[in-house]
Design a protein around this ligand. Structure first.
Ligand code: HEM
Length: 401
């Protein structure tokens, strides 16, 4: 792997990176467009950091997310053999090929997102009532997490009386790395599939079950994996984004005051929040199916490549004065949902959920403020997601509606 060794230095994931990834990415962009990234101390991938390269390569068919191509590249690199954990994760990866992607893209279209607007409003009010009445001042655990989890349950068709249980499992899985929670979620999904098979609803799993009657590729295992993949992709990103966004807004009181005066600014503000502090630092990996040139390096076939989305979103060649938060700018070309064939399939729903959660919180609590000093903020040690582990807030008095 000569080319790997010749590339510029490796991305270093120290405490400073987790707190301020934008500073690290600015340094990397100044050094060059292509870097090395060692994920989990094991997986080597190339890391593309410039906006133009990221956008171009995310549309390039030689960079594939096809499960078999990725599994082969991973195995070659890590020497993964028959260890049961690797095999289980490969089994889940195999589920998410072109076929399922196509079905999810249809089912997660805007119609589905719009139909969940009423649920989003109801859950936002309900979880804020509960948060305001409780003792915990952490907006993430008290509001953003259960809200995003309940919305994913609504999408999938998980019964309302199991939504608290799901939020607990998601919390333990995402914030505590619990494997038992992961297994428990599979149990809830299995029960849900049995229930929806005899009493279908207007939800995503019911829609997939209906298709499964004529499509033998949609086995029960595939449906279970699809539910788990969606929970994994949808909930943590959304609650992280809501929490980080509230933090960003509270740190920019003039912008916040402008949005409070004119709530119609929130639509544009959410795009700028996605650009300024979107949750995905780094995309999922792709594997090259042919040599691909980035700057002066040729990446050979069969290698893994990731994209620093957060870096592209702060690239000054694309966004003027990129480190300034400006909710009035046109930020719509941001990369927070990825780009091209594998872009986020839930972007419509994510936008809707975030707008309703943030809008309801701001409307109800005009005196909302951060409840800790900046140095007490705790950022997740996760290279992929830029996310607070908690956000203490003081709600203040509730506005009369
Ligand atoms: C603010 C919240 C969210 C953000 C910022 C976000 C961002 C992203 C990004 C960047 C990707 C592409 C990763 C890559 O290129 O490797 C992605 C993929 C995906 N997202 Fe989201 N997402 C969010 C919420 C959601 C929600 C709510 C859902 C489901 C309802 C969802 C479903 C998906 C799916 C299915 C994919 C896989 C696409 C594929 O591989 O073809 N996301 N998301």
């Amino acid at each position: 792997m000569t080319e790997w060794n010749r590339a510029s230095p490796e991305l270093t994931l120290d405490a400073r990176f987790h707190e301020a990834p934008h500073d690290t990415f600015a340094e990397l962009r100044a050094e060059g467009g292509l870097h090395r990234f060692l994920a989990g101390g094991r997986q080597q991938s190339w890391l593309v950091v410039n906006y133009d390269d990221i956008r171009r390569l995310l549309r390039d068919h030689r960079l594939s997310k096809d499960p078999e191509t990725l599994i082969a590249a991973n195995r070659r690199q890590l020497g993964i053999g028959d260890d049961p954990e690797a095999q289980a994760s490969e089994q889940v990866m195999r589920t998410f090929g072109e076929h399922l992607r196509g079905l999810l893209s249809t089912e997660l279209g805007t119609t589905h997102a719009t139909s969940l607007e009423g649920s989003a409003r109801r859950h936002a009010e309900r979880f804020l009532d509960r948060f305001a009445a409780g003792d915990d001042d952490d907006l993430l655990r008290g509001f953003a997490l259960p809200y995003a989890s309940a919305m994913c349950c609504e999408l999938l068709g998980i019964a309302e009386d199991r939504q608290n249980e799901v939020a607990g499992h998601v919390r333990d899985m995402v914030l505590g790395g619990s494997r038992a929670a992961n297994r428990a979620l599979i149990g809830v999904l299995a029960d849900t599939i049995v229930r929806l098979r005899s009493a279908p609803g207007a939800d995503l799993l019911s829609a997939l079950l209906a298709r499964a009657r004529e499509d033998s590729r949609l086995s029960d295992t595939t449906l279970l994996h699809s539910g788990l993949i969606l929970i994994t992709l949808a909930v943590e990103t959304t609650f992280s984004f809501i929490t980080t966004s509230v933090h960003t807004l509270l740190r920019h009181p003039e912008s916040l005051a402008a949005i409070r005066r004119d709530p119609s600014l929130l639509d544009g503000a959410v795009e700028e929040l996605l650009r300024y502090n979107g949750p995905h630092n780094i995309s999922a990996v792709r594997a090259t199916t042919a040599p691909v040139r980035v700057a002066d390096t040729e990446i050979p076939e069969g290698q893994l490549v990731s994209f620093a989305l957060t870096s592209g979103n702060r690239d000054p060649r694309q966004f003027t004065d990129p480190d300034r938060f400006d909710p009035t700018r046109d930020a719509s070309a941001h990369l927070a949902f990825g780009h091209g064939k594998y872009r986020c399939l839930g972007a419509g729903l994510a936008r809707l959920e975030s707008k309703i959660a943030i809008g309801t919180l701001l409307r109800r609590y005009p005196q909302l403020r951060i409840g800790c000093r900046p140095e007490e903020l705790d950022w997740a040690q996760n290279p992929y997601l830029h996310s607070l582990r908690r956000l203490p807030v003081k709600l203040g008095a509730r506005a009369s509606d």
